[in-house]
Design a protein around this ligand. Structure first.
Ligand code: C2E
Ligand code: CA
Ligand code: CA
Length: 584
């Protein structure tokens, strides 16, 4: 026994010496009565003079409150109670490097004794800091709506792929830029919460498609990254492509997958997407410019009515540049009065008499001469200039019609037809704009007809509401280019239109194609049964005029009767065809 006791004692001393926790025993006022080596080592940085006689003195700089606790609070703590738990003490950095952090626990052993345990938690603190920093970094790298990587990650990936391709020409890659078609319509009609829900579904479909991969993916194990750039825009980076065509395969599959119907809440929703693909970009390019090229190609896909992908070609840059320059010139044209309106007569097919005219815009370009609308209407729509352009055409043509009524009397055309583009209806305030044009010019509302395209009229409730607002002004609405858009004869009755204009592409084949004749006839019948009037566009021959007349189309318009003409020429045309001699 006597031999065992010192061994146990020694073992205990050894234990206290070696335990990797600092232990300090003090009196209530902090006087140190016992301290193990680890505690001395941990506290040493706080006492440059090496004086470890009072714990509260030692800790004063980092935890001055301790003295107060021992004096005031401690007596109330019963023996065995914890005075302070896990106080974190950040020691001043001795040398350069991370500051050291100690955790302190202070207990009351008995009526007159305190016990402090100290441990170095610097590493844990560091780890925690790193975890927080990573979390913070993730927040700046992850899109919160879809949990996809964000633009920053996409750009990094593209940058990485460019560098890899520069080092090894075999490392081909492609970038797919995805934009949902007419997404604003979803937000407008279903609300933004449904819009968000739909975007999450789109993201899931992209992830599913990209991750699934294909034979290409399995064989070569390419790195595929799908990210959300923001709004309804996504990007997919396909690395490690075997051949460039593989990018097209993925783009085609994505197009198909994204165009399948969705269900939001319990409503079926149709959405399509347009995609721009850049295959094996110039390795000298920047990630930003690769993304820009892909977005240019995406715009091309949109221009071709969406729901498709388009592969980037350098020519697109030139075209985009041209469009950009047209935009600038068009702005000037609007302020410098380079735009003017021409009028194409519309005749009654039975009597052959003129009944009205369609106003069509032209641009007298200082260098290029007369520019047709096909070259600038779309740009005006994309750049928001269409509002001002449309307002100009409306005001000018209303003014012209009133001037003709004055000058030509009985010979003056009665019905003015003006084109309205999709963007004008979306801009809002269109009914006010039209009402003002009517009021300022004095044109009676029943002499004005606005032409909207089929694809537009068939769309959402908001557009329909706008169309009803317009109709409430007392004017009529015509469905332009019928037969080229989305809606079918079966849905014609849902559209708030008074007139159907049969598209030129049908009329031009009326003589040569029985199929087209049948379609024209069916359209005329359905329109008549709905009480809608009909106009055939683009009549170029007597034969076409004869067929449409026989099929009982109400009115006709086309080069066979007259081309669009400047106002003075149009005035002479109307006078020459008047039953009575003209005033003018
Ligand atoms: P649209 O509304 O279908 O206008 C008819 C187009 O067909 C006009 O072309 C007209 O010149 C042309 N056209 C008429 N008869 C014939 C024919 O017998 N044969 C052939 N081959 N063509 C014929 P334009 O004036 O170049 O206008 C093209 C399109 O530009 C218009 O198509 C319309 O969508 C748009 N547009 C023109 N003016 C305006 C405008 O003031 N505002 C808006 N928003 N769009 C306009
Ligand atoms: Ca038209
Ligand atoms: Ca038309």
């Amino acid at each position: 026994m006597s031999e065992a006791a010192p061994t146990a004692y020694e073992a205990l001393i050894q234990f206290l010496y070696q335990v990797p926790i600092g232990l300090v025993q003090t009196s209530l006022d902090g006087e140190i009565t016992m301290i193990n080596p680890m505690a001395a080592q941990l506290l040493m940085p706080l006492v440059p003079d090496g004086n470890l006689s009072n714990l509260f003195d030692v800790l004063h700089a980092v935890a001055p409150q301790l003295r107060g606790w021992s004096g005031g609070g401690a007596p109330e703590v019963p023996p065995g109670g914890v005075i302070c738990e896990s106080l974190r003490l950040t020691l001043p950095a001795v040398q350069q490097g991370a500051p050291q952090t100690l955790a302190l626990r202070l207990l009351r052993l008995d009526a007159g004794t305190l016990m402090a345990s100290l441990s170095d938690v610097s590493y844990m603190v560091l780890q925690e800091q790193q975890r927080l920093a990573k979390q913070l970094r993730d927040v700046t790298r992850i899109d919160s709506l879809t949990a996809m990587p964000n633009r920053m990650v996409a750009l990094e990936r593209i940058q990485g792929a460019l560098a890899a391709a520069a080092a090894d020409a075999q490392r081909q890659f492609a970038v797919l830029f995805i934009n949902c078609d007419r997404f604003e319509r979803i937000n407008l009609t279903l609300g933004t919460a449904a819009g968000d829900e739909l975007l999450r579904m789109v993201a899931a479909r992209i992830n599913g498609t990209v991750r699934l991969g294909d034979a290409v993916a399995r064989a070569t194990g390419p790195v595929q990254t799908a990210a959300r750039l923001g709004g309804d825009e996504f990007v997919v980076v396909l690395e490690g492509l075997r051949i460039a065509d593989d990018a097209r395969i993925v783009a085609q599959r994505l197009t198909e997958v994204l165009c399948k119907p969705y269900t939001v809440g319990d409503r079926p929703v149709h959405l399509t997407a347009s995609m721009g693909v850049v295959v094996c970009p110039e390795t000298a390019a920047s990630a930003d410019s690769v993304l820009q090229d892909a977005s240019l190609a995406m715009r091309e896909a949109k221009r071709a009515h969406g729901a498709r992908y388009c592969v980037f070609e350098p020519l697109m840059k030139e075209q985009a540049w041209r469009r950009g320059s047209i935009e600038g010139e068009l702005r000037r044209a609007l302020t410098e009065g380079q735009l003017f309106v021409v009028y194409q007569p519309i005749v009654d097919l039975r009597s052959g008499r003129p009944v009205g005219a369609e106003a069509l815009v032209r641009w007298r370009h200082p260098e290029r001469g007369i520019v047709p609308p096909i070259e600038f209407i779309e740009i005006a729509e994309e750049t928001g200039l269409i509002g001002r352009l449309g307002e100009f055409v409306l005001r000018e043509s209303c003014r012209q019609f009133m001037a003709w009524a004055d000058e030509l009397g009985e010979c003056a055309p009665l019905l003015l037809s003006v084109n309205l583009s999709r963007a004008q209806l979306f801009e809002g305030g269109i009914a006010e704009q039209v009402a003002t044009a009517l009021r300022v010019s004095g044109l009676p509302p029943d002499q004005l007809q606005l032409e909207v395209t089929e694809s537009l009229a068939a769309q959402d409730d908001r557009i329909q509401a706008r169309l009803h607002e317009l109709k409430a002004l007392g004017l009529s609405l015509a469905l332009d280019d019928f037969g080229t858009g989305y809606s079918s004869l079966a849905s014609l009755h849902q559209l708030p239109v008074d007139v159907v204009k049969i598209d030129r592409s049908f009329v031009s084949q009326a003589e040569s194609s029985g199929h087209h004749r049948v379609l024209i006839e069916a359209t005329l019948r359905v329109a008549a049964s709905l009480g809608m009037r009909t106009v055939a566009e683009g009549i170029e021959t007597a034969g076409q005029a004869g067929i449409l007349q026989a099929l009982q189309c109400d009115k006709g318009q086309g080069y066979f009767y007259a081309r669009p003409m400047p106002s003075d020429e149009a005035a002479r045309w109307f006078c020459a065809r008047a039953p009575q001699p003209c005033l003018a």
